[in-house]
Design a protein. Structure first.
Length: 255
């Protein structure tokens, strides 16, 4: 059974077996070292990584795949997957496991940021993520303050996860080759997370700050604070000059 590639779903399938094994080794080691029994693979596509993940013993394994053609392909070629496929959009599913689980995959590039925001909703149950992203997005996730790449993704992810950039994946490793370099990163939940007034307030503040990143912070977020609070010196800075800790602390001063 053959399958077609759908640009609308951001599909670029891995074909380099060395990279597939390299990613699987990171996933398997993380599962075993941290005694995690459940794994969700996002966007398995034609099963390049899936076929290796199926060989990991004693894990409760599920995959989430939106494309019906790929679901049929996977069920045909990997019969043991038949009861483990969630045929749906990850952005719309309920949490797939009751207990702690790990998420991994070659995330569809066109919704990779939204996937991370979805995972953040589950952060209390997802201590580890290993994902492949467009390199530029991976660098944004890992970026530090005072850099052009530092932004909404950097702050929201790093508030809860330690980010490790693992390795580059060149376009030649895919079919079809994307026009960009890719990168694999690992996220590990922080033992000591930053305290925030609420997740909703934190997200609102970070988005407002970076949506006008060239402006002084005071002008970008003035609708979120009382005027006397806005006199603090921190509001003379631009968003990219604030640390994750700065943003978290500011949430407690919001209206």
């Amino acid at each position: 059974m053959q399958y077609t590639l759908k640009k609308s779903l951001g599909q670029h399938f891995l074909k380099d077996e060395n990279i597939c094994r390299k990613i699987t080794d990171v996933i398997e080691t993380t599962l075993q070292e941290n005694k995690i029994d459940c794994l969700l693979e996002v966007g398995p596509g034609a099963g390049a990584i899936t076929k290796y993940l199926l060989q990991i013993q004693t894990i409760n394994f599920k995959v989430v795949e939106l494309d019906v053609e790929k679901v049929n392909f996977l069920e045909t070629n990997f019969p043991t997957l038949q009861s483990k496929i969630i045929h749906d959009n990850l952005l719309e599913i309920e949490k797939p496991f009751e207990q702690t689980f790990m998420i991994a995959g070659n995330f569809p590039y066109n919704i990779s940021s939204q996937i991370l925001f979805k995972i953040l909703e589950w952060k209390n149950d997802v201590p580890f993520i290993v994902g492949m992203f467009q390199k530029e997005v991976a660098q944004r996730i890992a970026a530090k303050p005072n850099s052009k790449a530092y932004g909404i993704l950097s702050v929201l992810v790093q508030a809860f996860y330690k980010v490790t950039y693992l390795f580059d994946v060149p376009p030649t490793c895919f079919n079809p080759p994307p026009k960009v370099m890719s990168g694999v990163i690992k996220l590990e939940i922080k033992d000591e997370k930053y305290q925030v007034k609420s997740d909703a307030a934190f997200i609102q503040l970070v988005k407002a700050s970076f949506n006008q990143r060239r402006k002084m912070l005071r002008n970008a977020v003035k609708h979120l604070f009382e005027n006397e609070i806005l006199q603090d010196e921190i509001f003379n800075k631009r968003a990219e000059q604030l640390s994750v800790e700065d943003f978290a602390a500011l949430t407690f001063k919001m209206n």
